[in-house]
Ligand binder design. Structure first.
Ligand code: ADP
Ligand code: MG
Length: 392
C-alpha cells in the first residue's frame, strides 16, 4: 500500500470519516557532503521516491490529535498547550512521546513563526521511508505535516520557510541538534536532479543528474543498524567542529580552505584536526562533484564518492564495519563509487551503479554481509524525485 492510502485508512480508523486532504513529503539521500551542513558548508542531496504522508482533517475543539502507523497510540494535546510543551529544555526528553514531538513541534513552530493561531486537527501519518536509516524519515514527517498545516491554516509559507519550520521542530521540540540539509532536500526535490545547497545562505541550485540517460542507478544499502541522532556521537562531532572553528578563529569551518589545513594541523590536537580536515575536504568535494557533474556527467563522480567515504571512515570516524563492508563489496562488484550517507554510526550506504549491474552488486553485497555474520541488509534503488505535494 502507498503511504497515502495507508494514512487515509489510519485516519478513517481514528475518526470514522475521511480526511480533508492528504499531503506527502519525501525522504532524501545525500549524494555527497556529510556533516557539512551545520558547519555552514555545502551539500548535494536528492529527494527519493519513498514518502511520508499525513492525512489531515480539521476539528473545531482546538485540539490536535496525531497518530502514526509507527506509534502505539494517538497523542492528543490542546493547541493552547503547545507553548507550554515546547521548546524542550536542552538535553532533556520532549514532554510528549518522541515521535509525536515531530508533528506537534511543526504545529508549534508554525504558529510561533507566523503568529497564526491555526485550528484543531486530526493528523494520521504513514510512511514508506525506512526510519533511522539515514534517509531522513524525520524531514519527511516534518515536511508532510508542515505542508498540510500550511495549507489548512492558510499560513502561506514557501518551501524554504517550511524547511526552517521543520528544522525548528527537530532542534527545539524533539531536541535533535541537526542541520538544515534534510528539510531543504525534502522540500526542494526535483525528478532526476540533486539540490546543491549552500547551508550558510540557503541558496539552492538544482543540478541535473541525468542518471537515466547515463544508464546509472543509485543503490541504497540499508545496514539496518539504527542510528540515534539526538545522542552521543553526532553531538560529539558537532562539538569538535565548534572547537576547531573557535581555535582557528573563524565563524564556521566553511571558512577554512584546503590550503589552510597545514596551519590547522599545527594549532589543533590530532583528533580535532582530523574532524576539521574531513569537513574542509568534504566541502571541496561537494563543489568538485557539481563541477564534474556539469562537465562530464554522473559517471565521472565515483572517485569523489569513494574519497568522501574514506574521509568519514578515517578522519571523522562515523562509519561502522557494516557500512565499510557495504562500500567495499559494492566497489568490488562493479559500483563506480560508494559511500556511507547520512549522519553515520549506522544507517545506509549508497552506491553509484551501472543499471545492468544492479543485480550483481546487490547479490555481492548480500553475500559479503552473510559471510561477515551481519543482519541481512535492505538493498533497493532510488531515483531522484519530487518534493512535497498534496495527494488527495
Ligand atoms: P532518520 O531521519 O534518519 O530516519 P531520525 O532519528 O532523524 O532518523 O528520525 C527518526 C524518528 O522520526 C523516529 O524515531 C520517529 O520518532 C520519527 N518518525 C519518522 N517517521 C515517522 C513516522 N512515519 N511516524 C512517526 N514518527 C516518525
Ligand atoms: Mg533524521
Amino acid at each position: 500500500m502507498t503511504a497515502v492510502r495507508e494514512a487515509e485508512a489510519l485516519f478513517a480508523t481514528l475518526t470514522g470519516h475521511g480526511p480533508d486532504g492528504v499531503w506527502s513529503a519525501p525522504g532524501r539521500v545525500n549524494l555527497i557532503g556529510e556533516h557539512t551542513d551545520y558547519n555552514d558548508g555545502f551539500v548535494l542531496p536528492f529527494a527519493i521516491p519513498q514518502r511520508t504522508a499525513a492525512a489531515v482533517g480539521g476539528r473545531d475543539d482546538g485540539r490536535l490529535r496525531v497518530t502514526s502507523t509507527f506509534a502505539d497510540e494517538p497523542v492528543e494535546v490542546a493547541l493552547d498547550d503547545l507553548d507550554r510543551l515546547f521548546p524542550t529544555a536542552p538535553g532533556s526528553r520532549p514532554a510528549v512521546p518522541e515521535w509525536a514531538a515531530y508533528p506537534l513541534g511543526v504545529a508549534w513552530a508554525l504558529r510561533r513563526a507566523t503568529g497564526v493561531p491555526g485550528h484543531g486537527a486530526d493528523i494520521a501519518i504513514a510512511s514508506t521511508v525506512p526510519v533511522g536509516a539515514g534517509l531522513s524519515s524525520s524531514a519527511a514527517i516534518e515536511g508532510a505535516t508542515s505542508s498540510a498545516l500550511n495549507e489548512l491554516w492558510g499560513t502561506g509559507l514557501d518551501a524554504v520557510a517550511l524547511a526552517r519550520i521543520g528544522r525548528t521542530a527537530e532542534n527545539e521540540a524533539v531536541g535533535a541538534p541537526t542541520g538544515i540539509m534534510d528539510q531543504m532536500s525534502s522540500m526542494l526535490g526535483e525528478p532526476d536532479a540533486a539540490i546543491f545547497l549552500d547551508c550558510r545562505s540557503l541558496e539552492a541550485e538544482v543540478v541535473p543528474l541525468g542518471m537515466a540517460a547515463a544508464g546509472l542507478s543509485v543503490l541504497v544499502i540499508d545496514t539496518r543498524v539504527k542510528h540515534a541522532h539526538s545522542t552521543g556521537g553526532y553531538r560529539a562531532r558537532r562539538e569538535s567542529c565548534e572547537r576547531g572553528a573557535a581555535a582557528l578563529g573563524v565563524p564556521a569551518l566553511r571558512d577554512v580552505a584546503v590550503a589552510d589545513l597545514a596551519r590547522a594541523q599545527e594549532l589543533l590536537d590530532d583528533e580535532t584536526f582530523r574532524r576539521v580536515r574531513h569537513i574542509v575536504t568534504e566541502n571541496q568535494r561537494v563543489r568538485d562533484t557539481v563541477t564534474v557533474l556539469r562537465a562530464e556527467g554522473a559517471r565521472a563522480i565515483g572517485g569523489l564518492l569513494v574519497a568522501s567515504h574514506a574521509s568519514m571512515r578515517d578522519d571523522f570516524e562515523i562509519s561502522t564495519p557494516e557500512l565499510d563492508t557495504a562500500v567495499d563489496a559494492a566497489l568490488a562488484a562493479g559500483a563506480l563509487g560508494a559511500r556511507m550517507t547520512g549522519g553515520g554510526f549506522g544507517g545506509a550506504a549508497i552506491a553509484l551503479v551501472p543499471r545492468d549491474e544492479v543485480e550483481a552488486v546487490t547479490t555481492a553485497v548480500r553475500a559479503r554481509f552473510a559471510e561477515a555474520g551481519y543482519a541481512e541488509p535492505h538493498v533497493f534503488t532510488v531515483s531522484p524525485s519530487a518534493g512535497p505535494h498534496r495527494d488527495a
